[in-house]
Design a binder for this molecule. Structure first.
Ligand code: TXA
Ligand code: MG
Length: 331
């Protein structure tokens, strides 16, 4: 399959390009597009055949459900069969934005898109290109991160091309993603909202809106039964083996490694540079670090690092998302 490449100005996306991508989607095809978190691999969420094609292109296990994207709160409310007060309150507080809510499945959303579950995940993304595409398509768009299963999520169109060129119909380039880590996923099907995946909207921000929120269900290893999908420990990993180290351990850990070593630090750090060390200092604030993390991991993979050593991130809820992805990638 030939993958068509389109590019738009994210501040002012050309309506003809948006319409071309929307018509591909309406034909049941796969189009990768930018959101504020990461690039998504889009297909019609209410079309079994289109949604199934996402799993094939990504090599994603069929039990791992997809997020359905909508253009606004009203569209989500209209779609849902059960729309609780918590759903309304969270949607109003955080949409458009990096929050996904899991609610009882509506019959119009394809069963395959929900991994066969009786629940569906909904999100209104905060990105002008994603919103323009959703409005033009006039159907919910299922979109997991636009990477091969178990590889790193893409934060640029080039990252998507490297993993999915020839496997999908089109890539819509709208520049780099602002947030850089996947949305917070909160399950609203039980008596108390439960965070299934931490993101840049923290548990404290959720509690400020809906009161009690369970911080998260524990991660599971491959052979344990899963309480919810998408919670495998190993996930979001670069090709190079990743390990974590405190600032104090960093130099010693680097010296123990063989081959070409990538090093990521929280803010600048003095690393005794051997010829084989590639150092990528990232911003020392949680938002800046999170926005740049996947880009740095992709870049270190691309220059052929055998191993990557990343400095452990600080404590605190704002770092939960980065800590979660790094812990999983290093497991
Ligand atoms: O920021 C994001 O969320 C990006 C952009 C493209 O919107 N999408 C994304 O999708 O990260 P994906 O498929 O890589 O991750 C979706 C997560 C998975 O952990 C999945 O298990 C969970 O959402 N999820 C989806 N539907 C669910 C459901 N019905 N019940 C429980 N978890 C669900
Ligand atoms: Mg993903």
């Amino acid at each position: 399959m030939k993958t068509e490449m389109f590019a738009v100005d994210p501040a002012d996306p050309d309506p003809r390009v948006i319409e071309r991508c929307a018509s591909l989607l309406r034909e049941g095809r796969l189009v990768a597009f930018p959101t504020e978190t990461v690039y998504g691999l889009g297909a019609l969420a209410d079309d079994e055949t289109a949604a199934r094609a996402i799993f094939v292109a990504k090599g994603r296990p069929s039990y791992n459900p997809l997020i359905s994207h909508l253009p606004d709160v009203g569209a989500a409310r209209a779609l849902a069969t059960a729309w609780s007060e918590s759903a309304e309150a969270l949607a109003r507080a955080f949409w458009p934005g990096p929050l996904t809510i899991v609610v009882p499945r509506a019959p119009s959303i394809a069963r395959v898109a929900c991994g066969g579950l009786d629940a569906m995940a909904l999100r209104v993304p905060d990105h002008p290109v994603a919103l323009a595409l959703l409005r033009a398509t006039r159907r919910p768009i299922a979109a997991p991160s636009a990477n091969r299963s178990n590889e790193l999520s893409p934060t640029t169109a080039e990252h998507v091309r490297q993993q999915l060129d020839g496997r999908i119909d089109a890539i819509l380039d709208g520049g780099p993603c602002r947030v850089g880590l996947e949305s917070t996923v909160v399950d609203l099907c039980g008596p108390t909202p439960t965070v299934l995946r931490p993101g840049m909207i923290t548990v404290d921000q959720l509690r400020a809106i809906v009161g009690a929120v369970h911080a998260r269900a524990p991660l599971v290893t491959r052979d344990q039964p899963r309480t919810s999908p998408g919670m495998d420990v190993k996930h979001y990993a670069p090709r190079a083996k990743l390990s974590l180290a405190t600032r104090a351990e960093l130099q010693r850990v680097i010296e123990q490694r063989r081959g070409k070593i990538g090093v990521i630090t929280v803010g600048d750090a003095r690393i005794e540079r051997g010829a084989t060390v590639v150092h990528r200092p990232l911003p020392s604030d949680a938002e800046g670090f999170s926005a740049a993390l996947y880009g740095a991991l992709h870049a270190l993979d691309d220059v052929g690092c055998d191993e990557i050593v990343c400095e452990q991130v600080p404590d605190g809820a704002l770092w939960d998302a980065a800590r979660d992805r790094l812990t999983r990638a290093s497991s």
